[in-house]
Design a binder for this molecule. Structure first.
Ligand code: FAD
Ligand code: PYC
Length: 415
């Protein structure tokens, strides 16, 4: 595949952009692969990419029932941070954040990583204590965060109303190297790199069954025929329970809808990301100028990708208190995605009771930021058959053993 560069852009500008290659191929499925990944979201594509790049396993298919990046990866509010409390979480999220720093260069695809800084507002005494504790834990973990006071919050984000009527801003947990990236570009960049390594990305191909013999996976049944494989990675977020059932085991996952909305584009007014977890809202400004807004999950399990009106109302009402200027904005679009929630709000990167079958799920409301680190860890698990240091704590056996990795506060999103 031709590399993207300033010279390539100049050359194509001179010939009416007729010389670009397709970013990824559209192959028919082969009868057999060394490894199959189900789900062409960010986590599935990143897993395939690091299987090829780090472990030399390239006879790989990524099967996607819809279009690549059309699940939560293309529906999220793109916040990237690593300010988690527990050591295993800080390790994988910080690995991920650091991979984001050079992802555009690694993939030769501009993922528009923007380390503009993320703040989590403290609006109660309880949050002040919680975020100070997190800042101290992060210092020990080598994650660069700090607790800042309200004046600094106002300086970093002038459109905030510090003295809100119900929930004044008392301070914030600030991560200067957190930020955002373009979500579609992350999926597209990994897809292009996978295709360039000779991997097959097969869209419109739904996995409908998992075949097995003598306790090991042998392949999958799909809407485009049966495909054999030695190893299977299930990376389907909100549909993890469905795939696990096909493979014959159960997962401690609940599927819920999380929704977001964007306003009409306005002039630049906010160059940091703000999460206000007590009032259930978070906001950033996209490069197009839209205010990108999200709230909490629906209060009931479901598989719709729509969301509900009362949540939009609650989110906007809460944010208007902290950002009065958004009351004047028209909202343009709203959508939902099905997030996969575990009880401890931490992911599962694990072997399963079925030999050769591995699962990566449970990223819930917070897995966009984790895509590179999760792909790295899942590829290592699939290649070696055992988890490496990044994934070791995230096995599904922790729910049986009671070794929870409680991140319900760091998850930062109401659920
Ligand atoms: P997905 O992108 O959902 O990919 C899974 C894929 O599997 C889908 O494309 C699906 O079609 C496919 N699939 C399912 N079943 C089958 C089958 N049977 N056969 C074949 N393919 C199948 N995270 C953050 O870090 N920061 C945020 O700001 C943030 N905001 C969010 C806002 C919203 C509104 C939502 C919904 C999520 C948000 N998240 C955020 C969470 C984040 O989006 C997800 O954790 C992450 O994108 C999950 O990626 P994935 O690759 O695991 O899943
Ligand atoms: O995990 O940072 C996060 C997040 C923000 C909005 C949704 N998830």
């Amino acid at each position: 595949m031709k590399r993207y560069s300033v010279f390539a852009v100049a050359r194509e500008a001179l010939r009416h952009h007729l010389g670009w290659d397709r970013a990824w191929a559209d192959p028919a499925p082969k009868p057999r692969y060394d490894a199959i990944i189900v789900g062409a979201g960010g986590h599935g594509l990143a897993t395939a990419y690091y299987l090829g790049r780090n472990h030399g396993i390239r006879n790989v298919a990524i099967l996607e029932k819809g279009w690549l990046g059309g699940g939560n990866t293309g529906r999220n509010t793109t916040i990237i941070r690593s300010n988690y409390l527990q050591d295993p979480s800080a390790a994988i999220y910080e690995k991920s954040r650091s991979l984001y720093e050079t992802l555009s260069q690694d993939l030769n695809f501009n993922v528009m990583f923007s380390p503009r800084g993320v703040m989590m507002l403290a609006q109660t005494q309880h949050e002040i204590r919680g975020y100070k504790r997190t800042a101290q834990a992060n210092a020990l973990q080598g994650v660069d965060t700090e607790y800042i006071g309200p004046e600094r919050v106002k300086e970093l984000c002038p459109i905030i109303q510090i003295g809100g009527p119900r929930y004044p801003v008392l301070g914030a947990l600030w991560q200067a190297r957190g930020g955002t990236a373009r979500h579609d570009a992350v999926a597209w960049g990994y897809a292009r790199a996978c295709s360039d390594m000779g991997m097959d990305i097969i869209q419109q191909c739904e996995v409908t069954g998992v075949t097995q013999a003598d306790g090991r996976v042998t392949g999958v049944a799909t809407t485009r025929g049966d495909i054999a494989c030695d190893k299977l990675g299930i990376v389907v977020a909100g549909h993890s329970g469905v795939l696990a059932q096909m493979a014959g085991f159960r997962l401690p996952i609940e599927s819920l809808c999380l929704q977001a909305l964007v306003s009409e584009p306005i002039k630049p007014c906010m160059d940091v990301v703000v999460m206000a977890n007590t009032v259930h809202g978070y906001m950033s400004q996209s490069d197009k100028g839209e205010m990108v807004i999200g709230g909490g999950t629906d209060g009931f399990n479901n598989y719709t990708q729509r969301g509900s009106f009362h949540h939009i109302e609650e989110t906007v009402r809460a944010l208007v208190e902290t950002f009065p200027m958004i009351s004047r904005l028209k909202m343009l679009r709203q959508w939902g995605g099905i997030v996969d929630m575990t009880g401890d709000r931490s992911p599962i990167i694990s072997k399963t009771p079925l030999g050769g079958c591995f699962v990566n799920c449970g990223w819930g409301t917070g897995g966009f930021k984790a895509i590179p680190g999760s792909g790295w860890a899942m590829a290592e698990l699939m290649a070696k058959g055992e988890p490496g240091p990044l994934a070791a704590a995230f096995g599904m056996d922790r729910f049986r053993a009671g070794r929870f990795i409680d991140e319900s506060v760091a998850a930062g999103v109401a659920h």
